[in-house]
Design a protein around this ligand. Structure first.
Ligand code: G4P
Length: 530
């Protein structure tokens, strides 16, 4: 028994993954509403008001020089202490989005019922899949016309390679949406279009074992379709298996409508029951349990400042074991020094509060005077432990960068290297060449603008970016391979990363398969090693 078991075991730390517009923000806000973290009065007018409040707060943060995008929201619900990690989408999509998933113990995948599995969901899912964390699916927008339910499940299974197990089942969609069937309790919960922002609408429960009750609740036609579907479903869907859920092989699926607040609390309650407490984490030579008394954490994200006037950065760390309290000193293993963390803070739904204590599962942000790197370990007492690093994720956009004024070569190289060290971009060189030619790879195109802006403002160097057509990058896993002897395709380019690892760039995914076919024994990976 660890000293902090009680606090640690009530923590649930998860990320919400989705394609933009599937309803991640709406769902998050509804969670916060249940947790009482945003007050009801403020959000009665709906999401617009709530979002307004949140974005105002972000403006303030920006002025102070710290952005809170991709941070964490903490709230209490039913005795649980919940940490939701935000994975920014839209144009903010970047490596940070992926890195954030490294700090989560499970993921909630939100899918728009009329769109199915979309590109960004697919990418984020891949990272969750790599870690084998539990994934829960919320199929949203059932109040709009939806795709066929069986087809939606089939798509998830085929496209993402994970088995599905519906926990509830929708009855119609759009104008004909009647509610959901709770497979465990054999009853239907009827849908009512609530006023946006209020907690849960008036619902009615009817047992499918009482035909009259059922027909009265959802109508004769819907009842007959439902009974057929239940029969089909019971025959076809995977058995519920908690072990498979917890190892990420089976995703429990829920249906609902975040906007009208239907099925959200049902989801939250089941999710909290089925998801995991903070997971043990691997170090270079052992596995550390979250309930060990000694504090340890790793840095998963560094938020550099875009404002020239303040050069401060915030390092976000995930606590992996024990308890942190603000008065304590910790050891920064990579820097080999003992330090007190500066201005430790926790991001709440509507405020940033200076933190007094935090436990395994929690995320804290600390002021970083430029000493931390992504993947660094912090611990106390001083015995060295070293958490497994964070993989490098495959960039999808590439450009050649050149400085316009050749006299500024030194600043240019320094700037590009520093920004790459912060993890905002990845830099590569042509195979067998020096730093004359720098190729920059990014996960989201906005990072190119960030690079240009920061080089101009912080390093006083103007650059020219020449986009390259490559979209696929693969690290070569084979050690001792003669890279020049790899039989390539016409669109393949050989490059090396900053650590000297050889890689291949391709214009299309077809060529990746071709090169694998042509070179027996060649092992290519989408994730870079340490
Ligand atoms: P995101 O964070 O995943 O990008 O999605 P977000 O929650 O911002 O939702 C995207 C749009 O979808 C919003 O509409 C939102 O109101 C709507 N939406 C979310 N959940 C549901 C749902 O269950 N049913 C329906 N019908 N719509 C839903 P918008 O018009 O873009 O924004 P707004 O004007 O409503 O703020």
């Amino acid at each position: 028994m660890g000293q902090y078991d009680k606090e640690i075991n009530r923590r649930r730390t998860f990320a919400i993954i989705s394609h933009p517009d599937a309803g991640k923000t709406t769902l998050t806000e509804k969670f916060l509403l249940y947790g009482g973290a945003i007050n009801l009065a403020g959000s009665v007018k709906g999401k617009a008001t709530a979002r307004h409040a949140v974005s105002d707060w972000m403006e303030i943060e920006k002025e102070r020089g710290i952005s809170v995008t991709s941070s964490v929201l903490q709230f209490e619900y039913d005795g649980f202490c919940i940490n939701i990690l935000d994975t920014p989408g839209h144009q903010d999509f970047s490596e940070d989005t992926y890195r954030t998933l490294m700090a989560a113990d499970s993921a909630v995948m939100v899918i728009d019922a009329s769109k199915g599995v979309e590109a960004q969901t697919r990418k984020l899912f891949k990272v969750c899949g790599m870690r084998g964390i539990p994934i829960f699916t919320f199929i949203n927008k059932m109040d709009r016309d939806a795709n066929d339910t069986f087809e939606l499940l089939d798509e998830i299974e085929k496209e993402l390679g994970i088995a599905t197990c519906p926990i509830n089942w929708p009855i119609g969609s759009g104008k004909g949406f009647k509610g959901v069937y709770d497979r465990d309790r054999h009853c239907v919960i009827t849908y009512s279009d609530t006023e946006k922002g209020t907690k849960e609408g008036e619902t009615l429960e009817a047992s499918v074992e009482k035909p009259d009750e059922l027909k009265a609740a959802i109508g004769e036609d819907a009842a007959s379709v439902l009974m057929d579907e239940i029969e089909l479903l019971d025959g076809a869907s995977a058995e519920f298996d908690l072990e498979k859920v917890q190892s990420g092989k089976l995703t429990p699926v829920f249906f609902g409508s975040a906007l009208t607040n239907f099925g959200v609390e049902f989801f939250l309650q089941h999710f909290l029951k089925l998801t995991t407490t903070p997971l043990p984490r691997k170090t270079d030579n052992t596995v550390i349990s979250p309930t060990e008394n000694d504090f340890s954490a790793f840095v998963f994200k560094i938020q550099a400042n875009m404002n020239k006037a303040h050069r401060d950065r915030v390092a976000f760390m995930r606590i992996c074991s024990g308890k942190y309290d603000a008065s304590m000193e910790v050891k920064h293993v990579q820097g080999n020094r003992v330090m007190r963390l500066s201005q430790p803070q926790q991001i709440m739904a509507d405020e940033r509060k200076i933190l007094t204590e935090a436990y395994a599962g929690d995320i804290i942000g600390v002021f970083d005077p430029g000493v931390f790197s992504i993947g660094d370990t912090l611990c106390m007492p001083k015995e060295n432990i070293l958490y497994e690093g964070i993989p490098t994720f495959a960039p999808e956009h590439f450009a050649r960068v050149r400085q316009i004024d050749t006299m500024k070569r030194k600043q240019f190289v320094k700037g590009v290297q520093q920004i790459a060290q912060e993890g905002a971009i990845q830099i590569f060189q042509e195979f067998n060449s020096g730093m004359e030619e720098i190729i920059v790879g990014v996960v989201g195109v906005l990072q190119f603008d960030v690079l240009k802006y920061r080089l101009e403002n912080e390093y006083n160097v103007e650059i020219r970016l020449e986009p390259l057509p490559y979209e696929h990058i693969r690290w070569i896993e084979n050690k001792d391979i003669d890279v020049m002897k790899i039989t390539g395709t016409s669109d393949m380019k050989r490059i090396v990363d900053m650590k000297g690892n050889p890689l291949l760039l391709f214009v299309n995914s077809w060529s990746v398969g071709m090169v694998l076919d042509r070179n027996e024994g060649l092992v290519l990976s989408e994730f870079g090693r340490e």
